[in-house]
Design a protein around this ligand. Structure first.
Ligand code: HEC
Length: 289
């Protein structure tokens, strides 16, 4: 942590991105993309979907990552997710029955604003509601997902399968409803707010320090491309995990209290991050450091 503080100090106050003023989502998106275009002029837009590996200086990590991708360790978990997806509920239906187009090529629109419930809905929420509606017996339908690792990983596995059915589709988030814009604003606020004992915002690590290595073996990704790879499997974790678990880990890293898995705050944060990655192809599931 001392290393991060030194890195930030070295950047100086002037180098630290400031919270943007009130602007439309489209204006925010332009500023966000321009920021990374200027910071990493050699990185092609689509490449950001591959996380920290495409940033200059991370060539060795990239070579390792490509070697892992020949026999991806997440295949086992992805297979479990596929089996869960295809196994009929007691009433004979399967998960595919709950989704438009049987769940194929629709994940690029997640998470989305639901006018009826006045909430942001993630892929995990829709999968769980489908299970509950059809009398499913999966542990993740009732478990405390922050505490029950096995249940959460099973949810990450089926969500990984769901996203894999849309691999390569370009992210497209609908913010046409006033409620959607309000939820986006809440996510944006969360993203830029400093928190924890370290008083760090998401932007400090994933914009200011993107591409830097803060000690040990831990390079930092750029925020552009965030969530395109999730659910993902980190080498360190050795299992597929949900994006909300990643968020909780990032909160803990600055010694802030993580929020609940599936909380409105994390849903709106996911909406904001996904919108900021508009136009990028989905790559989930993927390997990550
Ligand atoms: C103290 C630094 C730090 C802060 C602050 C931080 N993160 Fe992270 N984050 C990391 C590290 C380290 C990783 C793993 C390496 C990587 O992919 O950047 C990571 C990874 C991620 C990833 C996965 C990226 C990928 O391509 O796999 C996402 C998404 C993410 N963080 C979101 C957030 C959000 C949202 C916040 C604010 C709530 C946040 N982070 C705050 C350090 C941080």
């Amino acid at each position: 942590m001392k290393k991060i503080m030194m890195l930030l100090a070295a950047l100086g106050i002037a180098g630290v991105v400031a919270t943007p003023a009130a602007a439309s989502p489209a204006d925010d998106l332009k500023h966000f993309r321009d920021y990374f275009k200027k910071k990493f002029p050699t990185v092609k837009f689509d490449d950001y979907a591959n996380g920290l590996y495409v940033l200059p200086g991370n060539e060795e990590y990239k070579a390792q990552w490509e070697a892992y991708n020949e026999f991806p360790p997440y295949e086992l978990g992805l297979g479990n997710g596929k089996k869960d997806w295809e196994t009929p509920f007691p009433n004979g239906k399967t998960f595919a029955s709950c989704f438009k187009n049987g769940g194929k090529n629709i994940a690029q629109n997640y998470p989305y604003w639901d006018d009826k419930s006045q909430k942001v809905r993630s892929a995990e929420i829709d999968i769980m509601d489908c299970g509950k509606k059809n009398g499913g017996k999966q542990a993740y339908l009732t478990a405390d997902l922050d505490k029950d690792l096995k249940a959460r990983v099973a949810l990450a596995e089926i969500t990984a399968h769901f996203y894999s059915l849309s691999k390569g589709q370009r992210i497209s988030i609908d913010l046409s409803k006033p409620g959607a814009v309000k939820a986006y604003e809440a996510g944006k606020k969360f993203w830029w707010a400093r928190r924890g004992q370290l008083n760090f915002a998401c932007a400090n690590c994933h914009m200011d320090l993107a591409g830097r290595n803060f000690g040990g073996n831990q390079p930092l990704s750029a925020a552009l491309g965030h969530t395109t790879a999730w659910p993902a499997q980190r080498l360190e974790w050795g299992r597929l995990e949900t994006i909300h678990w990643r968020y909780a880990t990032c909160n803990s890293q600055v010694r802030a209290k993580p929020l609940k898995h599936g909380s409105d705050a994390y849903n709106t944060l996911e909406l904001y991050e996904k919108y900021m990655s508009s136009g990028l192809p989905l790559t989930a599931p993927a390997m990550r450091n």
